[in-house]
Design a protein around this ligand. Sequence first.
Ligand code: UD1
Length: 321
Amino acid sequence: MTRVLVTGGAGFIGSHTVDLLMSRGHDVLVVDDLSTGFKANIARWANDPKFTFFKADITADITGTLDQYAAIKGPVERMIHFAAQTAVPLSMDDPVGDIRVNVMGTVALLEYARRNGIEKVAFASSSAVYDDDAPVPVNEESRARPSSPYGIDKLVIEFYLDYYARLYGLKYTALRFMNVYGPRQDPKSYYSGVISIFLDRAVRNEPITIFDDGEQTRDFVYATDVADAVVKSCLEDGALGEIINIGTGVEVTINQTARTILDLAKSRSTITHAPARAGDIRRSVTTMDKAARLLAFQPKVGLREGLEQTLAWVRTQMIVR
Ligand code: UD1
C-alpha cells in the first residue's frame, strides 16, 4: 500500500481519484484549498484512518504540512497533482494570477518532490495545450500551441516535469484530458462543462442553449475512467516521462449530447441556439493508441451509461438543495 498525496483531491476529478485510491487500501493525503472543491466530495472518507485532509493552498509553503503528515504516517511516496485554477476564461482575465497558482504552485511541489525523494508524480494536463487546428483525431505528436494562459500553464508544467526528470531523475507521467464529465462536476459557473450545464437545465425543465449549429464535436470521458488512468499512471512505474491523451476516441456532436440528455431526463426543456462561442474548437477527439499501449487504458463507461449515472447524481443534489 502506498502513501499518496493528491493535490486538488476535493475537486471533481480529484475526488473520484481519491475514491479509487481509498477503495484499494492506499493511504491518501489530500491537500486542497477548497476554492473550487468541496469537502462533501471527500466526506465519506473523513473518519477513515488511512485518510488525511489538509486545507491548504499550494502557493503557500505546504512543506510544514507535508512534514507533519510524514512525522505521523511516514513520508509521501507518490503524488497526483490536480490542484489548479482550471477556468479557461479566468486564465484570460488574470494571466498573472493564473501563473502564480498553476505554474509557481506546481514548481514548489516539484521542488518538494525532488528534495524528498517522491517516487513518481502523475500530472493532470489538458488537451487545451493543442493547436486549435490540430488534426482530427488529435494525438500526442500533434502540435502544442495553446489558445489560453491555462493551456500555456499546462504545457509549461510538462516542460518543468521533463526538466526535473532529466536533472534530478524525477519519475512522472502527464495525462492530457479530453472533456471530462460525471458526478460532482459543478454546473453553476459560466465556464462549467457543457454536460453539467445541460443536465442541470434538463432536470429543471429549463431551456438549454446550444452555441453555434451544435455540430461541433467533443470526446467526453467519464470521471471514474479518468481516475483509473490517473491511478495507473501514478502507481505503476511504466510510461515514464510520457505524455498521454486520456479520452474515449469517440466523437460526439453537441446536438447528439443534448438530445440524449433530454431523452434520459424525460425533460420538457427547449433547445435554443446562440452564436458560436469565441475561440470554440470545431472538432475534438483523441486517438487511443498511446493510452492503450502504455497504460493498458480502456474506458469502461460509455456516454449513455455515464450520462445516466450523472443524471442520477444531479437528482440527488436537487433533493439536498
Ligand atoms: C474544454 C475544457 C477546457 C479546455 C478545452 C480544450 C471543460 C469545462 N472545459 O472546453 O478547460 O481548455 O476543453 O481542451 O471541460 N456548449 C453549448 N452550450 C453550453 C455550454 C457549452 O453549446 O451551455 C458547447 C460549447 O460551445 C462547446 C461544447 O459545448 O462547443 C463544449 O464546451 P465546454 O464543455 O465548455 O468545453 P470545451 O469548450 O471543449
